[in-house]
Design a protein around this ligand. Structure first.
Ligand code: SF4
Length: 335
């Protein structure tokens, strides 16, 4: 399909033809993740806990499993924020269920992801409440394409349809989560706002954007110097941890994505017929979406604001902790 026609709105139309009652974009909960993770980072900076080791992002289950199996002693340095997938399921089966006036057990939440590790993440014992799992089933984007073909749907023949609301709105900061460096950049945009009370230039943190291997940057946030690092690919992650352990490197905030290039290079993504790696092309597209968005800061997402106003209160509130955070130490790696 031409890129201009392969829109999220056309995907919403396809999903409704496949039988889904409501269709949303996980970018919404990427914005929500930033609210929680950005606030958590500022909190850890203030109360201590980052003197020796940085805070690691936690939205990539491939990375979480790598850290837990290879360097279990560092598990506590992971942000406690759940991933956008899990936050989405959690909010769907609480706030959205209330809004619909249906029991959470009646909702079957399917997540379509570029990732095979997300399938294991949704089955973790910590990703459920007494009413059931946050997310019931994960399909990869590759499996999604197969479903479209199996039902003989031609997305080109379908009109564009709006996403459902609330939980459908997103900002440019949520959109870039799929590219390496995107989570860091989105978190820094909101952290700068929280510290200074005004938005920075949305491109002020562009130094952490896509590029091979390790990217490092230093920023000033509320008078403190923040040392950031971004890597994708687990070989690069291992090298970074070895450097931290040996004292050759020192950071406050580190983003790791298991797949080279981030989720745009995810193991569940369609493989091109030429067997080309497409993460670079996909990543650029995400930054195009970011630049085209009217809103480029997660804290400006109107539906995220509505969620805090009506239900959660504020980031790291008791209810936010209960629904949107997790203890990565509360489950064991399979022997
Ligand atoms: Fe999944 Fe890869 Fe994205 Fe990690 S980087 S969440 S393993 S697709």
């Amino acid at each position: 399909m031409p890129r201009e026609q392969a829109t999220i709105e056309r995907m919403a139309a396809v999903l409704r033809r496949l039988g889904f009652d409501y269709v949303f974009d996980t970018n919404f909960s990427a914005d929500l993740t930033i609210m929680e993770e950005g606030t958590e980072f500022l909190h850890r900076l203030k109360v201590g806990g980052l003197e020796r080791w940085p805070m690691f992002t936690s939205c990539c289950p491939g990375w979480v499993r790598f850290l837990k199996s290879q360097y279990p002693e560092l598990t506590g340095q992971l942000s406690t924020a759940k991933s956008p997938q899990q936050m989405f399921g959690s909010v769907t089966k609480s706030w959205f269920a209330q809004k619909l006036g249906v029991a959470p057990e009646k909702i079957f939440c399917v997540s379509i992801m570029p990732c095979v590790a997300k399938k294991a993440e949704c089955e973790l014992p910590t990703m459920r409440t007494e009413t059931g799992p946050d997310v019931d089933l994960v399909l990869t984007t590759r499996e999604f394409v197969r479903m479209i073909r199996a039902d003989k749907l031609n997305p080109m023949e379908l009109p564009e349809e709006e996403l459902d609301s609330p939980l459908g709105a997103y900002t440019g900061a949520g959109a870039i989560f799929g590219a390496t460096g995107g989570v860091m950049e989105a978190a820094l945009r909101t952290a700068a706002y929280l510290v200074n009370g005004e938005n920075p230039d949305p491109d002020a943190f562009a130094a952490v954007r896509t590029g091979p291997g390790l990217r490092e940057a230093e920023y000033e946030l509320g008078g403190s110097k923040i040392r950031c690092a971004v890597v994708s690919g687990l070989g690069n992650a291992r090298k970074l941890i070895q450097d931290l352990k040996a004292g050759r490197a020192k950071y406050d905030f580190v983003e790791v994505m298991a797949c080279p290039g981030g989720c745009v290079g995810g193991g569940g993504q369609p493989v091109s017929v030429e067997d080309e790696e497409l993460y670079g092309v996909r990543g650029e597209r995400l930054y195009d979406i970011d630049r085209a968005c009217k809103l480029r800061f997660s804290h400006e997402n109107p539906e995220v604001q509505q969620l805090y106003r009506e239900f959660l209160g504020e980031p790291l509130s008791h209810r936010s902790e209960e629904l949107l955070h997790t203890d990565h130490r509360a489950w064991d790696m399979p022997k």
